[in-house]
Design a protein around this ligand. Structure first.
Ligand code: MF3
Ligand code: CO
Ligand code: CO
Length: 291
């Protein structure tokens, strides 16, 4: 807490109340965690009620866009079709796609099939076929606020091994989510995710993680899926971040030497799955904002 704020000054959270009756005790509590060596959030990681409302509005569009994809995706579609749906649905609902032109990304949505871990670029010549698994990752801006989530889709008749990968990865997110509550730590979430994946014979990608999200696309903290309980960053009410583990059927090793500069694949060519949710830490636990 670097900013010096008078006890009678308005609180940094934007409530309009005096600091001493608003977040003073809260800041003191966080400081006690920092003093015994924990990583703690700064004020920019703690969203105000107004920001949370804005992020919820963006999520409403993001979820509707993914619902539209869910209702239409099938064998024979191209990944460009998915990109077209996301573009038109997002615009229709008053949103702006955050991924288009983000650091030079050329499309609106990421479509990552089978051994593609993430950042697959939609292409009219890439046709979904029976037995494929695909992640569709969508990020929407509404009134300057960001919502980011992704889902897996199983196309037609998927092998039992791939189905298990998709289902276990979803369970990893659900088990991680249970650990998201105030005054817990990101390490508790990370450990729950990693444990469930490895107990099922899978591995979790280490180099790519989740992130704070809402006022900007990728905010601090970085959110990994490896670590011990009661380590990593302290969680406090008002934080919003993504849980988005990439779980591999084989080794956790990645290959990020794609010619297009984006697509990340498994080093061993085996399938990978990912689900992404955006979650708010509340006073009593958590609220899933986008899924
Ligand atoms: N939506 C992705 C995430 O979950 C980021 C994709 S960046 C892009 O963080 F440029 F590839 F679109
Ligand atoms: Co995403
Ligand atoms: Co994300």
């Amino acid at each position: 807490m670097a900013i010096k704020i008078g006890r009678n000054d308005p609180c940094w959270c934007g409530s309009g109340k005096k600091y001493k009756v608003c977040h003073e005790a809260f800041d003191a509590k966080i400081k006690r965690y920092a003093m015994v060596g924990h990583q703690v959030p700064n004020h920019s990681m703690i969203k105000t009620p107004e920001q949370i409302e804005g992020i919820r509005a963006a999520a409403k569009v993001n979820v509707a866009v993914l619902d539209y994809v869910a209702a239409n995706i099938k064998a024979g579609c191209s990944t460009q079709d998915i990109d077209d749906w996301v573009s038109s649905k997002t615009a229709e609902l008053g949103g702006i796609p955050a991924q288009l032109n983000y650091e030079g990304f050329p499309k609106t949505v990421c479509t990552s099939i089978n051994e593609v871990i993430c950042h697959g670029i939609p292409n009219k010549d890439e046709i979904l076929k029976d037995g494929d698994i695909i992640n569709v990752d969508c990020t929407t801006i509404v009134n300057g606020y960001y919502a980011d989530s992704s889902r897996m889709f199983m196309i037609g008749d998927v092998s039992p091994e791939k189905r298990k990968l998709v289902e276990v990865t979803k369970e990893c997110v659900e088990l991680g989510l249970k650990e998201v509550k105030p005054w817990s730590f990101l390490g508790n979430m990370a450990n729950a995710v990693n444990k469930h994946a490895t107990e099922n014979g899978f591995s979790v990608v280490r180099e790519i993680g989740g992130h704070g999200c809402g006022v900007d696309f990728h905010e601090d903290p970085w959110v990994g899926y490896y670590g011990k309980p009661n380590t990593q960053m302290l969680l406090v009410p008002g934080m919003i971040f993504t849980i988005e583990p990439m779980v591999n059927m084989g080794s956790a090793k990645i290959n990020n030497n794609a010619e297009d500069g984006w697509r990340i694949v498994t080093a061993d060519g085996k399938p990978s799955a990912q689900w992404e949710i955006q979650v708010l830490v509340t006073e009593t636990g958590n609220e899933v904002i986008s899924w």
